[in-house]
Design a protein around this ligand. Structure first.
Ligand code: NAD
Length: 305
């Protein structure tokens, strides 16, 4: 039988990723502060051979698992789940492989890998791109930081959740690549939202606008896969009240990471800084939990005033 996989953090992304591991035949032991999300995973894994068990703490989970995947909001959550009194490291098996797929500070990721290795287990950082749709379909891109040996061990499991598994370099380098990706994404989404809002304000049909973008030089993921205007595409957050996607607060978190990384090497990020201000403003107006494509709605309301 296949090795037991522990999964901690069953939110918008993690619930789908964990179900895909169960569907791949791995017995699962899961943990989240929110007990209800466990039922969601059980439901999706039903009939696919994966047995889903609940652990009350990361410690209880770590005692059972040969592989552990974490998918948590940000650096403090990750540090707490790994290093607190009832954390993973208080009971981790020797030679277990730990994979953190959250987007966190690259420096924190590098230091955490060091701590994990001292405890006799192995670790890679493996943040993802592809959104909730990619998590559900099992087509995520994983950006992996760690030794070649640990990358190769991780690859087999990550393939059950993703399509593109890329070794980026030593510990922490997956996070560096991810932070750069989201810096570009944040700016692109605002660009698409701003331009779509201008056209719609002129009375243009948003589907015609988006259709031209997607076959012209404005084409990008924010336009052709995740369009921010309600009704332009089915199955995107914009078409379901900006729910079930990538939160504004999480994007602001990633822009904060980009900002401190930029300070460390003195790389200018003029548009990234402006993007951070805009997402913070949306959050201050109560939109922090909405999907980040909500920037379209925010700009639209400004132009209606
Ligand atoms: P989410 O807020 O939907 O899910 C986070 C989950 O972690 C929640 O279920 C929460 O209850 C749980 N959690 C928080 N603290 C915990 C703790 N101490 N112990 C146990 N469980 C805890 O977030 P998400 O959208 O799934 O994103 C998770 C990570 O993935 C973030 O770092 C985000 O930046 C990154 N990411 C998200 C997307 C996306 O499209 N949503 C895409 C790529 C990367």
């Amino acid at each position: 039988s296949k090795p037991i996989v522990g999964f901690i953090g069953l939110g918008n992304m993690g619930a789908f990723m964990a179900s895909n591991l169960a569907r791949g035949g791995h017995p699962l032991v899961v943990h989240d502060l929110d007990h209800q999300v466990v039922e969601k995973v059980k439901e999706r894994a039903r009939g696919h051979g994966g047995i889903v068990d609940y652990a009350k703490t990361p410690k209880e989970l770590a005692a059972k698992a040969d592989y552990i995947v974490t998918m948590l909001p940000s650096s403090p959550h990750v540090l707490s789940v790994y290093t607190s009194e009832n954390g993973i490291l208080s009971a981790v098996k020797k030679n277990a492989l730990l994979m953190d797929t959250s987007t966190i500070d690259p420096t924190v990721a590098r230091d955490l890998a060091k701590t994990v290795h001292q405890s006799g287990a192995a670790m890679v950082d493996a943040p993802v791109s592809g959104g909730v749709g990619g998590a559900e379909a099992g087509t995520l891109t994983f950006m992996v930081g760690g030794s070649v040996e640990n990358f190769q061990r991780a690859e087999t499991l990550l393939k059950l959740m993703g399509k593109n598994i890329v070794h980026c370099g030593e510990a922490g380098s997956g996070q560096v690549v991810k932070v750069c990706n989201n810096l570009a994404l944040a700016i692109e989404m605002i660009g698409v939202a701003e331009a779509m809002n201008l056209g719609v304000s002129f009375g243009m049909d948003p589907k015609i606008l988006a259709g031209i973008f997607n076959t012209s030089s404005a084409r990008c993921w924010s336009s052709d896969t995740y369009n921010p205007v309600p009704g332009v595409m089915p199955n995107v957050p914009a078409s379901r009240g900006y729910t079930g996607g990538f939160g504004v607060d999480l994007m602001a978190k990633d822009l904060g990471l980009a900002s401190s990384a930029a300070n460390a090497v003195r790389a200018p990020i003029p548009l990234g800084s402006q993007a951070l201000q805009l997402y913070n403003m949306i959050s201050a107006h109560g939109g922090g939990k909405k999907d980040f494509s909500f920037v379209y709605d925010f700009l639209k309301k400004q132009s209606e005033k």
